[in-house]
Design a protein around this ligand. Structure first.
Ligand code: NBP
Length: 477
C-alpha cells in the first residue's frame, strides 16, 4: 500500500486527473481501468508520473494507503454504480469513494445513503473545466461528509485551479451538495453562452459588423467588467476563418446547438424548487428551438417579410455591452437563488461567497465578475437577491437605459433575444410596484374558488362569481 490516492476510469478525464495528481508534490497515484490496455497505455506514455498500476480491482485496493481514497472517473450512471459497488465491497470504514463524474445530484444523495451504513465515506464531487481543466487545474465542488474532506481537501486543493492565490475547491456541503452546485454552474454556463450569442447576433444584424470586427469588440470587452473565459474564447472563435471556404468559421457551422443535459437538469430542479430561473431556462429552450428544423422552415415559408434592422449609431456596441452585463447579473442572481433554495430543501450549509470564489478559476464560467459576487455574499450572506447588493444595483442602474433600448431595438429589428428579454422582464417583475398577478389570482378565484387576499385588510376571501358577487371571508386560512 503505497499510493495516497487512486483513480478508477482512465478515459480522457480520468487520465488527465491522474496525471495532474501525480505531478503534485506528495502524491503517489494508483490507477485502474476496466480495460487494462488503457491503464498500460497511460503508464507507458507517462513514466514521469510514477503511477502504481493495477490490472485487478483487488490489487488496486491493496495499493492504496489508509484511509483509502479513490476517485471514480467513469461514465455517469451504470458505469459509476458498478465501480462504486466494486470499491464498497473492498473498502473499510473510514475509506473514501469519490465520484468525480457528472452525476445527477439526486443519484449522489441516493448513493451516499446506500454507502453510509458501511462506514465508508461517499463523496460526489463536481469537476468543471473539461479535459484541459482536469490536467492543469479544474474547479472542484466536493460534497460528502466534513470528515472525509479532512483527507480529501488537501489532495483536491493540490490539483485545483488557483485564482488569486486560492485553490478553486471548497467543501460545498453534505451528500449531493457538490453535484448540485456543479449543476447550477452548468445552468449559468448555458445562460452566459446564450447571452453572448445574442450580443453577437445584435452586433451583426443590427450593428452591421462582420465577425472579425465583432471579435475585436469582444476582445475589447474582455479588458473590462465583462472579462471572462467565455468572452475570450468567443473572440477567438469569431476571428477564426474556415480553411475550406475562406468564410468566417461561425458562418459555416450549422445553427443547431446540442446539449448533454445538465442545463435541462437545472431547469427541471428549478421548477421543483419553485425558483424563477428564466434566464437559464430561455438559454436551454433556445438550444431546443435551434434544433426544430421543420418548424423553423415551416414558419420561414409562411412569413411574408421580415422587419428591416433598425439603424443604430456607433454607441450601439457599448449599449449591447451594458445589456449583456445586466442580463448576466440576472442569470447569476437566479443561479445563486437556486443554490439558496436547494440548500434549504436538502439541508446543506452552502457558503455562496466560497462558491463564487471557486468558480473564478478552472471552470467554464471563470471570470473577474465572480469576485464581485463573492464580495456581495461575504458582506451579507442573506442578501435577498444579488440585484440588491450595492455593486450590482449600481451596475444595473447604470446600464438600465441601454438594456431597454437594446431589447426594444431587437424586437423592432426581428432579432430573437430570449436571454436579454427574459432577464429584463425578470428585473422589471422584481422592480415594479404592482404585478398583474393580482388579476391572475382574481381569475383563479373566479373559475376555481382559489381565494385571494386583499391589500387593505388581513384575511382570505372568495367572491361569489356565479351568484350575486358578494365577498365572503374564508375561515381557517
Ligand atoms: P467516459 O464518460 O467516456 O467514460 C469512459 C470510462 O468509463 C472508461 O474508463 C470506461 O472503461 C469506463 N466504464 C464504462 Br463506459 N462503463 C464501465 C463499467 N461498467 N465499469 C467500469 N468502468 C466503466 O469518460 P470521460 O469522458 O473521461 O468522463 C468521465 C466522467 O467525467 C464522466 O462522468 C463525465 O461525464 C465526466 N466529465 C467529463 C468531462 C469532459 O469534458 N469529458 C467534463 C467534466 C466531467 P473502459 O475503458 O473499460 O471502457
Amino acid at each position: 500500500a503505497r499510493a495516497n490516492i487512486g483513480v478508477v476510469g482512465l478515459a480522457v478525464m480520468g487520465s488527465n486527473l491522474a496525471r495532474n495528481l501525480a505531478s503534485r508534490e506528495g502524491n503517489t497515484v494508483a490507477v485502474h481501468n476496466r480495460t487494462y490496455a488503457r491503464t498500460e497505455q497511460l503508464v507507458t506514455e507517462h513514466p514521469e508520473a510514477g503511477f502504481v498500476p493495477s490490472e485487478s480491482i483487488d490489487d488496486f485496493v491493496a495499493s492504496l494507503a489508509k484511509p483509502r481514497t479513490a476517485i471514480i472517473m467513469v461514465q455517469a450512471g451504470k458505469g459509476t454504480d458498478a465501480v462504486i459497488d466494486q470499491l464498497a465491497e473492498r473498502f473499510e470504514p473510514g475509506d473514501i469513494i469519490v465520484d468525480g463524474g457528472n452525476a445527477n445530484f439526486q443519484d449522489t444523495i441516493a448513493r451516499e445513503q446506500r454507502i453510509a451504513p458501511t462506514g465508508i465515506h461517499f463523496v460526489g464531487a463536481g469537476i468543471s473545466g473539461g479535459e484541459e481543466g482536469a490536467l492543469h487545474g479544474p474547479s472542484i465542488m466536493p460534497g460528502g461528509s466534513a470528515e472525509s474532506y479532512e483527507t480529501l481537501g488537501p489532495i483536491l486543493a493540490s490539483i485545483a485551479a488557483v485564482a488569486e492565490g486560492e485553490p478553486c475547491v471548497t467543501h460545498v456541503g453534505t451528500d449531493g451538495a457538490g453535484h448540485f452546485v456543479k449543476m447550477i454552474h452548468n445552468g449559468i454556463e448555458y445562460a452566459d453562452m446564450q447571452l453572448i450569442a445574442e450580443a453577437f447576433d445584435l452586433l451583426r444584424t443590427v450593428g452591421g459588423l462582420e465577425p472579425a470586427a465583432i471579435a475585436d469588440v469582444f476582445a475589447e470587452w474582455n479588458r473590462g467588467p465583462l472579462e471572462s473565459y467565455l468572452i475570450e474564447i468567443t473572440a477567438e472563435v469569431l476571428r477564426h476563418v474556415d480553411a475550406a471556404t475562406g468564410k468566417p468559421f461561425v458562418d459555416v457551422v450549422l445553427d443547431q446547438a446540442g446539449s448533454k443535459g445538465t442545463g435541462v437538469w437545472t431547469v427541471q430542479n428549478a421548477l421543483d424548487l419553485g425558483v424563477p430561473v428564466g434566464g437559464i431556462a430561455e438559454a436551454v429552450f433556445a438550444r431546443a428551438v435551434s434544433g426544430k428544423q421543420a418548424q423553423r422552415e415551416a414558419v420561414r415559408r409562411v412569413v411574408a417579410s421580415r422587419p428591416q434592422p433598425q439603424r443604430v449609431d456607433a454607441s450601439f456596441a457599448d449599449e449591447v455591452a451594458k445589456a449583456l452585463y445586466a442580463s448576466k447579473v440576472v442569470a447569476y442572481a437566479q443561479g445563486f437563488d437556486m443554490i439558496t433554495a436547494g440548500a434549504r430543501k436538502y439541508g446543506w450549509d452552502i457558503r455562496k461567497d466560497r462558491i463564487a470564489k471557486i468558480w473564478r478559476g478552472g471552470c467554464i464560467i471563470r471570470a473577474q465578475f465572480l469576485n464581485r459576487i463573492a464580495e456581495a455574499y461575504d458582506e451579507d450572506p442573506d442578501v435577498a437577491t444579488l440585484l440588491e447588493a450595492p455593486y450590482f444595483a449600481q451596475a444595473v442602474a447604470d446600464g438600465e437605459r441601454a438594456w431597454r433600448r437594446v431589447v426594444a431595438t431587437a424586437a423592432q429589428s426581428g432579432v430573437p433575444v430570449p436571454g436579454f428579454g427574459a432577464a429584463l422582464s425578470y428585473y422589471d417583475s422584481l422592480a415594479v410596484e404592482r404585478l398583474p398577478a393580482a388579476l391572475v389570482q382574481a381569475q383563479r378565484d373566479y373559475f376555481g374558488a382559489h381565494t385571494y387576499q386583499r391589500v387593505d385588510r388581513p384575511g382570505t376571501f372568495h367572491t361569489q362569481w356565479s351568484g350575486d358577487r358578494t365577498e365572503s371571508e374564508v375561515p381557517g386560512h
